[in-house]
Write a protein that binds this ligand. Structure first.
Ligand code: EPU
Length: 417
């Protein structure tokens, strides 16, 4: 069992480079099967979720080669259209392959993703979008079967701006006959990155970043080279680490406007935050103070994925900070672990009230999910003594060697595998 042993209370100092975005590369890996040429992806993070997506591509018959942070995909050889249960279970976001496989082959068979650590994860919006485009969908023995003789452009009105449903709609619509207009689309930077990639392989997609996306379906499929945008949640997490531990840190290779709500919150807490073109400098040397409520919302609102690390950075801030989680039902599972470290947190439904304590103590704690797990790292860096964090596989899904990255700026973390 892998464990992180974090000797907390050491101020951080230095420069840390952020890797490519997990939530950007996953839909782009799925989109690569729409290209009948070769795709080269740069700035691809080395994460277990990415490895799971690569296994799916290989299972579908694509040739994939990974070298450091670049991945080559040749999808000309794709022959299969199903993803078995074992691969679907490795990564819940595998549902993002649905629209792409359907568009490429006219048929997609995936095992139903089910819930996850964050609560129920329905895919009703993904399915109604594909139905609107002309797919026939049925369920059999725990599998979802999508078939379409021909997909036709249409209007897709999403009930809420779901990231995954927007991506699946874009993927399926990009190859169908006619024009598709997606309304109430998610506006996350990762959607914009997917649009950029799709257009590079010959699709015609416009409007990503706004809530209306237009996809002119066409037959395409050229080779492309693409660089993934930096991970805004990893950037936010490292800034929260600096706020919790104290010190001076520069996070580089970032797009500062992608995490504006997080840097605004850290400034309001009393940190000095200076943004450059591609970097963010944070100085946390004074006592932190509580801030006005943090309410998670779809982009450009405060990201649900940054809620757990920011909460951990607030644990010693003077006063009470209120968090309201609006995206996932079950996103406070890290709270009971933080309480073991001496945090004062009360949860009532969607609301968590965090009252700053004088000090945090070390404790053995367990990651409950990806961002919840990393919130324990943030808290442990600001706690006295050696904390032990287990169930690291959650953290490895989204952070490339977090121990190495944080040790390079003065943390004292030992990983035992
Ligand atoms: N929802 C439905 N029906 C659907 C789709 C979504 O009810 O058909 C609900 C979900 O249950 C959730 C809400 O809508 O309550 C938002 O879900 P969304 O579809 O936007 O999320 P997602 O596509 O499943 C992506 C990220 C998540 C991130 C969310 C929100 C990827 C691979 N995952 O998930 O990332 O939290 O958007 O920003 O892009 C993470 O990286 O830790 C992570 C969980």
């Amino acid at each position: 069992m892998s464990i992180l042993r974090i000797n907390g209370g050491k101020a951080l100092d230095g420069v840390i480079q952020v890797h490519g975005s997990k939530n950007s590369v996953l839909p782009i890996l799925a989109a690569s099967i729409l290209s009948q040429g070769e795709t080269v992806i740069h700035n691809c993070p080395d994460l277990t979720d990415v490895n799971a997506a690569v296994k799916i591509l290989e299972r579908l018959g694509c040739k994939v080669r990974k070298e450091q942070n670049s991945v080559w995909i040749d999808s000309k050889t794709m022959i299969k259209c199903d993803i078995p249960d074992s691969l679907m279970r490795e990564m819940r976001s595998s549902v993002i392959f649905l629209g792409a496989i359907l568009a490429r082959t006219g048929e997609a068979i995936l095992s139903l993703p089910g819930g996850c650590e964050l609560g129920p994860r329905p895919i009703d919006m993904h399915l109604s979008a594909l139905k609107a485009l002309g797919a026939e969908i049925s369920e059999q023995n725990g599998n979802i079967i999508c078939r379409a003789r021909e997909l036709k452009g249409c209007r897709i009105d999403l009930a809420t701006p779901s990231v995954g449903a927007t991506e699946n709609s874009m993927l399926a619509a990009s190859r169908c006959r006619g024009t598709t207009v997606i309304t109430n689309a998610a506006r996350e930077p990762e959607i914009w990155d997917l649009q950029r990639y799709l257009n590079k392989i010959g699709a015609r997609v416009y409007g990503a970043g706004s809530s209306i996306i237009t996809v002119e379906g066409c037959n395409f499929g050229c080779s492309a080279e693409h660089r993934i945008i930096p991970d805004r949640i990893v950037s936010s997490t490292y800034l929260c680490c600096a706020a919790s531990a104290g010190g001076r840190v520069k996070v580089t290779g970032v797009v500062p406007r992608h995490l504006q709500t997080v840097t605004d919150a850290l400034s309001a807490m009393g940190c000095t935050v200076i943004t450059g073109d591609n970097d963010i400098y944070i100085r946390a040397e004074n006592k932190l103070k509580a801030i006005r409520p943090i309410i998670t919302r779809p982009y450009p609102g405060f990201p649900t994925d940054a809620q757990p690390p920011l909460m951990a950075a607030c644990l010693k801030a003077e006063g009470t900070t209120v968090f309201v989680e609006n995206i996932f039902q079950n996103r406070y599972r890290h709270v009971s672990e933080l309480i073991r470290m001496g945090a004062d947190i009360r949860v009532e439904g969607r609301v968590a009230m965090v009252t700053g304590v004088k000090k945090l103590c070390s404790a053995p704690v367990t990651s409950t999910d990806l961002r919840g797990g990393v919130s324990l790292v943030v808290a442990a860096l600001g706690a006295e003594g050696v904390s032990e964090i287990s169930a690291l596989w959650h953290i490895d899904r989204g952070y490339e060697r977090i121990d190495k990255a944080l040790n390079s700026i003065g943390a004292e973390i030992i990983r035992t595998d």
